[in-house]
Design a binder for this molecule. Structure first.
Ligand code: FES
Length: 110
C-alpha cells in the first residue's frame, strides 16, 4: 500500500491508501477530493491539478512537456504543481503529501 496525505483547501489532512499502479487522481477521487479529472488522464484539462509538498516534488518522475503546457493554463499554479492523473503511485512514494489548490473549491457542485 502507498499512503498519501491530501491536504484540503480548508487545511484538513486526509490520509488515503493507494495501490501501486493507481493514479493519484483516482485515489483522490476515491476519497472524495474535489478533483474533477474531466479528460480522464488525457492531459487535456487541468481539473486534476494538485500541489505537491516541496520535499516530495523532486522525488516524482518529471512532467512531460504536454503536462507542463497544461499546467501553464491551470489556475493557482505553483512551482510544485502537477497533474494528478499523471502521477502513478509506487512503493517509493509512500508518505506522499499533496495539497488541493484553492481554486478547486470553485469547481465543487458545478
Ligand atoms: Fe485532465 Fe488530468 S484529468 S489533465
Amino acid at each position: 500500500m502507498v499512503k498519501v496525505c491530501f491536504v484540503t483547501t480548508d487545511g484538513r489532512r486526509v490520509d488515503a491508501q493507494g495501490t501501486p499502479g493507481d493514479s493519484l487522481l483516482a485515489l483522490g477521487q476515491a476519497i472524495g477530493m474535489p478533483l474533477e479529472g474531466t479528460c480522464e488522464g488525457q492531459m487535456a484539462c487541468s481539473t486534476c491539478h494538485v500541489i505537491i509538498a516541496p520535499e516530495w516534488f523532486d522525488r516524482l518522475p518529471g512532467a512531460v512537456e504536454d503536462e507542463e503546457d497544461m499546467l501553464d493554463l491551470a489556475a493557482g499554479v505553483t512551482r510544485t504543481s502537477r497533474l494528478a492523473c499523471q502521477i502513478v503511485l509506487q512503493d517509493d512514494l509512500d508518505g506522499l503529501e499533496v495539497r488541493i489548490p484553492d481554486e478547486a473549491r470553485d469547481m465543487q457542485g458545478r
